[in-house]
Design a protein around this ligand. Sequence first.
Ligand SMILES: Nc1ncnc2c1ncn2[C@@H]1O[C@H](COP(=O)(O)OP(=O)(O)OP(=O)(O)O)[C@@H](O)[C@H]1O
Ligand SMILES: [Mg+2]
Length: 318
Amino acid sequence: MTPGPDEIIRTEQLTKVYPGDIRAVDGLDLAVRAGEIFGLLGPNGAGKTTTAGMLTTRVIPTSGRALVDGIDVVAHPVRAKQVIGVVPQTNTLDRSLSVWENLYFHGRFFGMAARVARREADRLLEQFRLADRAKVPVLALSGGMAQRLMAARAIMHRPAILFLDEPTAGLDPQSRIALWDILGELHRDGQTILLTTHYMEEADELCDRLAIIDHGKLLALGTPDELKRATGADTFVTVSAAGDLDAMATYLARHVDGVERADRVEDTVRLMVRGTQGVLPAVVTAAEGGGFTVTDLSVTEPTLETVFIDLTGKDLRE
Ligand SMILES: Nc1ncnc2c1ncn2[C@@H]1O[C@H](COP(=O)(O)OP(=O)(O)OP(=O)(O)O)[C@@H](O)[C@H]1O
Ligand SMILES: [Mg+2]
């Protein structure tokens, strides 16, 4: 890969092997452009946190390279830390400080003058919808507010890249949308953002481009639309039925025209089908012909989840 002019994150064959021969990240090549919201999408254990950890100097790579804003994170970790802001997967706010103080002292730590740090703390609390909580101890914040404060703190020193690891995991829908709104505003202001997620709605809604990873490997990369268009089918049909679902999957794959693959997913059989014309009656007729009784049928257009199933044969949800 030759570096693009506006490239701000780059990994080359980035690899992390944990003790016990656990290949958490396996030869990852990525390039993120300045100003993008870029997503790392993958299931639990895919290697998202480890990848973000290497890019943010928290995890030492086993091999390969990682660059942020042109700085090699292994060779120059202190310089790399100056250009990144990090919101980790766990709450790392200082519990002995108030909301406002968490921002102020972070700014001071990064060398801001007191006056500038005060002004920025005030401004960010407004922007992150926390101004009315400025004086409260961080323990008094809801999960969504704490997450917003962590994001505000991460950009206090105006980093070139903001990293967020599963920013909305465990948040209620309202808090999730509030954070999406704020990230959207930062994006419009030109902030480069890399986030990890296992919520496909989040990836679809927020990300300009995303990398789908599993077992530490890149499975696909592109805009949400490109990924959906590239999937091997244009429709998914989910069939619920009584009886042996594995047998039904095999049977339907053989007896319904246009079925590209049939997988048993929990209590259903999921068919990947090209063309929707007449597919529902065809499925019912074929199933009955094989001695299966269909109890429910549904059709879905491709989503990032169906892309993922297409790539891995398994469901992204836990
Ligand atoms: N410090 C560690 N020591 C050993 N193995 C680890 C360590 N951290 C992660 N792993 C393993 O590496 C793999 C990738 O983990 P990682 O946390 O990067 O995945 P993830 O995609 O962030 O998952 P999650 O969605 O659960 O946050 C997993 O198999 C995990 O068990
Ligand atoms: Mg993780």
